[in-house]
Write a protein that binds this ligand. Structure first.
Ligand SMILES: Cc1cc2nc3c(=O)[nH]c(=O)nc-3n(C[C@H](O)[C@H](O)[C@H](O)COP(=O)(O)O)c2cc1C
Length: 192
């Protein structure tokens, strides 16, 4: 049952040094690939970072979150912000009229000012976290990192923004999931 899997999920920052099999990484990526997206545009790229030196550099760029160093691999979820197919970003233009003229040439600074509006990558990321968990692999999301510097490090195109990073690895020890709010606290039907 999906709910049983979800009940086991918790952020893991204490990774064992055990290597993760290539097939398992492929399985995680396939789960991400099957995500829904607005207009089925699939505006993303998934960067798999297995190189220890790059992982260390990303850990530094994530404001020195040292635990990231011990991850077996990272997936950098990148958002492709300009769709040529649709001839521009109509949604942003409508929502942020003050940036209307800039939106066609949106750069990374502007993008972060827009509060990373296009983060559809949370969806494939969620698929990946669950696909990993199903195989006994733990993970933690990372959104506290220097976006522009990670883009430079990974040599990403101007319109390809690293929106989230997820660190993966086998757990060193079992950890207890955190308490969550009750349904009464977070749900309303029809009107609040
Ligand atoms: C979008 C997002 C960004 C996050 N960024 C970070 C991060 O930069 N560093 C970190 O240690 N944890 C990060 N987390 C993990 C949260 O701290 C964690 O999900 C939260 O405390 C709830 O714990 P749980 O995942 O065990 O349920 C992030 C989680 C999400 C969903």
């Amino acid at each position: 049952m999906l709910l049983d899997l979800l009940k086991k999920r918790c952020s893991l920052r204490d990774f064992s040094s055990k290597d993760i099999e290539k097939e398992k990484i492929d399985y995680i990526l396939k789960a991400g690939r099957l995500s829904p997206s607005g207009g089925n545009e699939q505006p993303w790229k998934f960067g798999v970072i297995t190189n220890k030196d790059l992982i260390k550099k990303i850990s530094n760029l994530a404001y020195n979150q040292k635990w990231i160093n011990d991850a077996n691999f990272l997936i950098v979820l990148c958002t492709i912000i300009v769709s040529d197919k649709r001839g521009g970003r109509d949604i942003q233009r409508a929502r942020f009229p003050e940036f209307k003229d800039s939106i066609n040439n949106m750069d990374k600074k502007l993008y972060s000012k827009l509060n990373q509006e296009e983060h559809q990558t949370k969806i494939p990321g969620t698929h990946m976290v669950l696909a990993a968990l199903e195989q006994g692999i733990g993970s933690t999301w990372i959104s506290y990192f220097k976006v522009e510097e990670v883009s430079k490090l990974l040599n990403l195109d101007k319109n390809c923004i690293p929106s989230e990073i997820i660190a993966f690895g086998y757990p060193k020890k079992k950890i207890k999931p955190k308490k969550k709010k009750s349904l009464d606290d977070i749900v309303f039907y029809n009107e609040n």
